[in-house]
Ligand binder design. Structure first.
Ligand SMILES: [Zn+2]
Length: 213
């Protein structure tokens, strides 16, 4: 993928996230890492999604130095870059989507309550402790928390979903919100019953078998 295509994708998925109410106001951000070019293509800070244009999308190097774009990169760019430097993904979607973020405000994980959480999210969605946004401390905590998972929560803050491409990272952010919503609704109805560990393991075996074919 070239830089121009990545910019178009970042704009398309940012607007989609806003339309789907995964982003509100100017919150949330997403990016694509292009290792062949050594660049991160990322949403700008404090620009409204309704009016965002292709010229607003920011290109930085892996150290965060701006190469293209008229605005500064998202203030959470250290988090995105830390995930890329750790080799965990090639796209990051960060949202404050309300149901998933409500678990982050409770500072607890989204329990494994739905089968689709296993393939899409890697099981339960863990929550890392709250620290100052935009810092290397936050980035380091998320890199540890999300390792071996596809998404995690940041305490009192929001959701991070990762993938090898933006389409995958995005659907994982959607599933984190969907699972959180269903779980919160189920909690109103009574005690929730998480999926037992042995069933999760059987599902993981099935996924591994499918992947090896
Ligand atoms: Zn945030």
């Amino acid at each position: 993928m070239d830089i121009s295509t990545a910019k178009q994708k970042v704009l398309f998925w940012a607007k989609k996230a806003y339309d789907q109410m995964l982003f509100a106001g100017t919150s949330g951000n997403l990016s694509i890492y292009l290792p062949d070019f050594g660049v991160v293509v990322i949403t700008p800070t404090s620009v409204r999604y309704e009016t965002m244009q292709i010229e607003d999308i920011v290109v930085t190097d892996i150290e965060g130095n701006r190469i293209e774009g008229r605005y500064a990169a998202s203030s959470e760019n250290p988090l995105h870059r830390a995930i890329y430097k750790a080799g965990l993904a090639k796209s990051v979607v960060h949202t404050h989507s309300p149901y998933a973020t409500s678990f982050a405000v409770n500072n607890c994980s989204i329990p494994l309550v739905l089968i689709e959480m296993i393939p899409f999210l890697g099981g339960e969605v863990p929550c890392v402790p709250v620290v100052l946004p935009g810092t290397d401390d936050l980035a380091a905590g998320v890199v540890e928390g999300i390792r071996g998972k596809n998404a995690c929560l940041m305490g009192n803050h929001g959701v991070v979903a990762i993938g090898e491409d933006i389409e995958t990272a995005f659907i994982r952010a959607e599933y984190a919100e969907d699972a959180a919503k269903i779980c919160k609704l189920a909690m109103i109805g009574g005690t929730i019953k998480p999926i037992p560990a042995d069933l999760e393991e059987m599902m993981n075996q099935r996924i591994r078998k499918r992947q090896s074919k």
